[in-house]
Design a protein. Structure first.
Length: 169
């Protein structure tokens, strides 16, 4: 009976598969939004202000950062929780695939969130005259919360690795 339950629990990891498929659909939507932004800006490029163009470019950077985060979570999550990806001989395996454990994924996600938040904050500062000071203050507070959380998680990860290192030696 115990073996049966263990097999069911182990097989249940495949319930994450639709989640990763959903994330790849989200990645497709992000890609469409990226090109929508580019198509939007092309006809206006010569009449647009420099700061307007910078805001569009920051939006593109934002989309690219979120897309990179999605790819990292999809690939690493799939390989950590479901199954190792088998690449064809003609396909190059990404150098970081198979090397990220759950803690390193969390740290990468946290640092990506900080980067995305930084870009968003920069966009807000570029339009500061149109935005309420209260909203800017809360965005800065939230950003600093992301930064301190990322540092905290990295510190905890570093301390747990150091603790594990000392246990092994």
């Amino acid at each position: 009976m115990e073996k049966f339950i263990e097999n069911i629990i182990y097989a249940s990891r495949w319930l994450m598969f639709p989640v990763y498929i959903g994330l790849s659909f989200g990645f497709v939507l992000l890609t469409l939004k990226f090109f929508q932004q580019i198509i939007y800006v092309i006809p206006q490029i010569f009449t647009m202000s420099e700061s307007g163009l910078v805001l569009i470019v920051l939006s593109l950077i934002d989309i690219a950062l979120v897309g990179g985060l999605l790819v990292m979570v999809m690939f690493s999550g799939y390989e950590n929780f479901i199954s190792k990806m088998k690449m064809e001989d003609n396909q190059k395996r990404l150098s970081w695939m198979g090397t990220m454990d759950v803690n390193s994924i969390k740290n990468k996600v946290a640092s990506s969130i900080v980067a995305i938040s930084s870009v968003h904050l920069l966009r807000l500062f570029m339009e500061a005259e149109k935005i309420l000071d209260n909203k800017i203050m809360w965005c800065v507070v939230i950003h600093l919360t992301f930064v301190s959380s990322a540092f905290g998680m990295a510190y905890i990860d570093k301390m747990s690795k150091k603790k594990n290192y000392h246990r092994k030696n």
